[in-house]
Ligand binder design. Structure first.
Ligand code: COA
Ligand code: AMP
Length: 631
């Protein structure tokens, strides 16, 4: 079958506003928009201004009213608690309406922020949708972040209320969330009025009198409330992501554009129909979870799987195949690292044959580079199409994809294929000029960005301009580098900033450096992301100690690893700090991180002409060799 992609992309190019106005018919409006696009304050472009909508209404009530009430909306499959629970659209709508009433009873109203610090339980989804129902702005913080990171987010978005759970369950331990939250609130300058805690049987939490409320009590006392009409561009949520510095960036998403683009992506990108089951194996704390566990599948009338487990070890490498067959999953979206983990445990794919995957159509990969080896292994073992697609927290949906719903294009390994309708992707040189096909450069998107793209950074318009808009006027700087080949296929090769990608999670080496530098024995440090066979990248630190410190290197390294775990969280996967006597620098004092990374990864490298002292590279190479790197 030939692909409709060229024709649909051309239709978008010919008239972007007409294209998105047509897609906007896929959602219900309380009031239609005055204009499709307002570019008068570009780059603060706004889609569908003047319209009134409610995201929760479109995700739940509309389906109940339209006859989908008895269809499953959410399946919580939790191998870590050995349980599966199911909610129909009607049941989910009723719980959300009631919890929204509970939030209102605590004084939460339109525009108030609510932080959600929860594991992958249905109550997290209920909270997000309840906020959307009353126009409160949720900000979900991933459970693998530590108290200090949570405190930073509390101070930045100043929530009126926080919703949390007593614990999360990792395969090797129970993670007590509540003490982390208590510590974060203590560290933060801003204090929430109330905390609602969902008590889990695995470990109950102590509730502080006067401030903390039990989820069950809030629900019991609450009256269900209706959806509130919201402006198209009112914020739906804030989601923090890593940038170059330790200060996380609060990406702000709107209501209308977000719904329009996400709804289109379910059919256009993923080729999934209403009524089918969609599974994004991620966490609600990441953008993948926001877009493809919660919002897009529900907006499209699908059944969504919320998975509380890991690709391996819960209990073994067959769990993905069990979930797909048990819930009749049509499409799975995960990060390549999951498949590397499965392959490592079951290299021949022998566990796949134990399950009926006949209803499963497509595997989608994103979050990090899909290495051709992993893609080909998955194709061969599953005998299904494996689709790489590329996007970011900032965009909420794919900027480049092989749009299965339009008919897939031929796959080129290592490429997420071509720009999706809505995205005009270019590769620029440092002066902002387009480069020739096949030449690497900074990847940018011509403005205006499509619907669902970030409105700004929370309380930080200038940071938004600085991070994305100033380097290449008229374009959005993605922070990724790569090239476009002669057939128009895009290749994402690396980042242009200090962001590294650990198991599909985005973290800032700058933030880890800040933690190391704060240790009293550390004079200076550098953190680099090195290759890892499972997680894609992991961070390592190189530290120079203050004069006169004679602490054993092992002890210092253990202290630093503990500090990063305590201040950023286990998700940073920081396990190695090497003590060196000097760091390699240019004559102007810039640390040569790129050269050190190449040495650690055993890649070819050349002596930088600007290096101040070549012997410093021998020093770090030697330290890396002792740690089993730079072989
Ligand atoms: N709450 C608390 N701690 C958490 C957590 C959470 N929600 N999620 C992860 N952690 C902890 C883990 O327990 C682990 O701690 P440890 O150092 O004590 O072992 C650490 O954070 C790193 O976790 P993780 O990245 O899950 O690594 P892992 O080694 O436990 O598992 C994989 C490796 C590949 C199985 C795992 O990374 C994975 O499932 N990746 C899938 C990719 C994915 O979901 N990406 C999301 C974006 S699409
Ligand atoms: P996040 O905002 O956490 O989703 O991380 C986004 C970043 O992950 C991107 O800027 C890329 O660096 C990387 N990324 C996501 N998807 C892909 C992909 N398909 N190929 C290569 N890199 C990717």
């Amino acid at each position: 079958m030939s692909s409709r992609y060229p024709e649909v992309y051309a239709a978008w190019q010919a008239s972007p506003e007409k294209f998105w106005a047509e897609q906007a018919e896929g959602i219900d409006w309380f009031r239609t928009w005055d204009r499709v696009l307002d570019s008068s304050r570009s780059p603060f472009d706004r889609w569908f201004p003047g319209g009134q909508v409610n995201t929760c209404y479109n995700a739940l009530d509309r389906h109940v009213d339209g006859g989908r009430g008895a269809q499953l909306a959410l399946i919580h499959d939790s191998p870590v608690t050995n349980s599966i629970s199911r909610l129909t659209y009607r049941a989910l709508r009723d719980l959300v309406a009631r919890f929204a009433g509970g939030l209102s009873a605590q004084g939460v109203t339109k525009g108030d922020r609510v932080i959600v610090y929860m594991p992958a339980v249905p109550e997290a989804v209920i909270t997000m949708l309840a906020c959307a129902r009353i126009g409160a702005v949720h900000s979900v913080v991933f459970g693998g972040f530590a108290a200090k990171e949570l405190a930073t987010r509390i101070d930045d978005c100043t929530p009126k209320l926080i919703v949390s759970a007593s614990c999360g369950i990792e395969p090797n331990r129970i993670v007590a969330y509540k003490p982390l939250l208590d510590e974060a609130i203590q560290l933060a300058r801003h204090k929430p009025d109330k905390v609602i805690v969902f008590q889990r049987d695995q470990q109950r939490a102590h509730l502080e009198k006067g401030r903390d409320l039990d989820w069950v009590d809030v629900m019991a006392a609450a009256q269900p409330v209706d959806c509130v009409p919201l402006g198209s561009n009112d914020p739906l949520y804030i989601l923090y992501t890593s940038g170059s510095t330790g200060r996380p960036k609060g990406v702000v998403r709107d209501n209308a554009g977000h719904m329009v683009a996400l709804k289109w992506s379910m059919s256009g990108v993923y080729g999934v129909d209403p009524g089918e089951c969609f599974w994004a194996a991620s966490d609600v704390g990441w953008v993948v979870g926001h877009s493809y566990i919660v919002y897009a599948p529900l907006l499209h009338g699908c059944t969504s799987v919320l998975f509380e487990g890991k690709p391996v070890g819960t209990p073994d490498a067959s769990v993905y195949w069990r979930v797909i067959s048990e819930h009749k999953v049509a499409a799975l979206f995960t990060a390549p690292t999951s498949f590397r983990a499965i392959r490592r445990e079951d290299p021949t794919g022998s566990l796949i044959g134990r399950y009926d995957l006949s209803g499963f159509r497509t595997l989608f990969l994103a979050g990090e580079r899909a290495d051709p080896d992993t893609v080909q292994w998955a194709e061969e073992k599953l005998r299904k199409p494996v689709i790489d697609h590329w996007w970011q927290t900032e965009t909420a949906w794919a900027m480049a994809a092989n749009c299965v719903g339009l008919g897939a294009l031929p796959v080129k390994y290592g490429s997420p294929t071509k720009p999706t309708p809505g995205n005009d992707i270019v590769v620029l040189d440092p002066a902002g000029q387009p480069v020739a096909a096949g030449t690497d450069g900074a990847i940018a998107v011509k403005l205006p960005l499509p619907p669902a793209s970030l409105l700004t950074l929370w309380n930080n318009d200038d940071g938004f301009l600085d991070a994305y808009m100033r380097d290449f006027p008229g374009f959005y700087k993605t922070g990724d580098a790569g090239h476009i080949d002669e057939d128009g296929y895009l290749y994402i090769m690396s980042r242009t900033d200090d962001v590294i990608n650990i198991a599909g999670h985005r973290l800032s080496t700058g933030a880890i450096e800040e933690v190391l530098a704060a240790h009293p024995d550390v004079a200076e440090c550098a953190v680099i992301g090195i290759k890892d066979a499972l997680k894609g990248q992991v961070p390592i630190g190189l530290v120079v100690l203050n004069a006169g410190i004679d602490k054993p290197a092992d002890q210092l390294s253990a202290e630093l690893v503990k500090e990063v775990r305590h201040k950023i969280g286990p998700v940073a996967a920081f396990k190695t700090a090497l003590v060196v006597s000097q760091l390699p620098k240019t004559r102007s004092g810039k640390i040569l991180r790129g050269t050190m990374r190449r040495i650690a990864d055993s890649e070819a490298w050349t002596m930088p002409a600007t290096i101040e002292d070549p012997a410093t590279l021998d020093i770090v190479t030697e330290a890396m060799r002792r740690a089993g790197l730079a072989l």
